[in-house]
Design a protein around this ligand. Structure first.
Ligand code: RIB
Length: 312
């Protein structure tokens, strides 16, 4: 437990993926049967777990990363540590390679991603038990859907009284079989929200209603619904808050959602009001989309403060 500005802050454990992102710049996304030349290839640090842990640390939160890499991913651990993340719980495997993502980044800054789980899918129950033994009631656990053993992690963390924040991304129908009633906060986009509600899609005019429906379905949870360029909304205790997105020049949207999540969680834990925390998160993700890469694009607290001052 640490103290910040007179407020006690519990530990945050991010149990998630660490990826090497192979990012290809393309004029458009490659389609079936097509061979397309990329104008550049850059290797970035990524993985939703790593990105969100770095965003939390850059927003000033005490964050611990747990996960697994192969020998080829040691630079990811250095990047996490450099950003202030505690990396004691990242295992280095000798028999499997680090997870990776093949990312196509087009001229509009949009992306499409092919994931290979690698070491991210080698989490064992023994590792989960070992890691969770260092955390206790009131500490926070942040999860995404890029590692295996999610059900076991949720059950064990809930049993020891941790507060669970879940970003079910990338979404799969199998996730509906997880003990989701034990989740305290969902971070979802429209597609993920639709799948959690078992609906085909959510119409733009319907987002507020769907956000509330999700909060009703998981009645003990706070729901954060991100809407890309249309901003974000948060439902808590039957109240709904809305935050528009800031308009910026888009270079690469990879990791923008992770940046939003990290800054939002840190803001809420450090006692910002919901509206202030949403504003800080929107500013951080707006800065992130103006830069290439995932983890590398995440701004520091000072940059976020400057950005917000300029827009007052
Ligand atoms: O959210 C962005 C991340 O998704 C990328 O860094 C990539 O690794 C994939 O996990």
């Amino acid at each position: 437990m640490r103290r910040k500005g007179g407020k006690i802050v519990k530990k945050i454990l991010c149990f998630g993926s660490l990826n090497i992102d192979y990012t290809y710049r393309v004029p458009h996304f490659v389609s079936k049967g097509e061979t397309l030349a990329a104008s550049s290839l850059t290797l970035f640090s990524g993985g939703k777990g790593l990105n969100q842990a770095i965003a939390l640390a850059k927003a000033g939160a005490p964050v611990y990363m747990a996960g697994a890499i192969g020998q080829d991913g040691l630079f990811l651990v250095e990047q996490l540590a450099g950003a202030g993340v505690d990396v004691s719980f990242v295992s280095v495997r000798t028999d499997v390679r680090t997870g990776n993502a093949i990312i196509q980044n087009d001229d509009a800054g949009d992306n499409c991603i092919l994931l290979y789980g690698g070491a991210n899918r080698s989490i064992t129950r023994a590792q989960v038990d070992e890691v969770l033994a260092h955390f206790s009631a009131g500490d926070f656990l942040l999860l995404q859907n890029e590692i295996n053993e999610l059900g076991y992690i949720i059950e064990q963390a809930h049993a020891c009284g941790m507060r669970i924040i879940f970003n079910p991304s990338p979404m799969e129908n199998d996730l509906l079989t997880l003990p989701l009633k034990q989740v305290d906060c969902f971070l979802v986009n429209e597609k993920e929200a639709a799948q959690l509600l078992q609906k085909a899609t959510i119409e733009p005019a319907d987002t507020e209603k769907q956000c509330m429906l999700l909060a009703q379905k998981f009645e003990n949870a706070m729901v954060v619904l991100t809407l890309g360029e249309n901003g974000a909304m948060l439902a808590k205790n039957k109240e709904i808050f809305f935050q528009p997105a800031y308009r910026v020049e888009t270079v690469d949207t990879t990791g923008a959602g992770d940046t939003f999540s990290g800054f939002l969680i840190a803001g809420l834990l450090y006692g910002l009001s919901i509206q202030e925390a949403l504003r800080q998160a929107a500013a951080a993700s707006a800065i992130a989309v103006t830069r290439p890469g995932a983890a590398m694009s995440i701004p520091g607290q000072d940059e976020v403060a400057d950005f917000l001052r300029e827009r007052k």
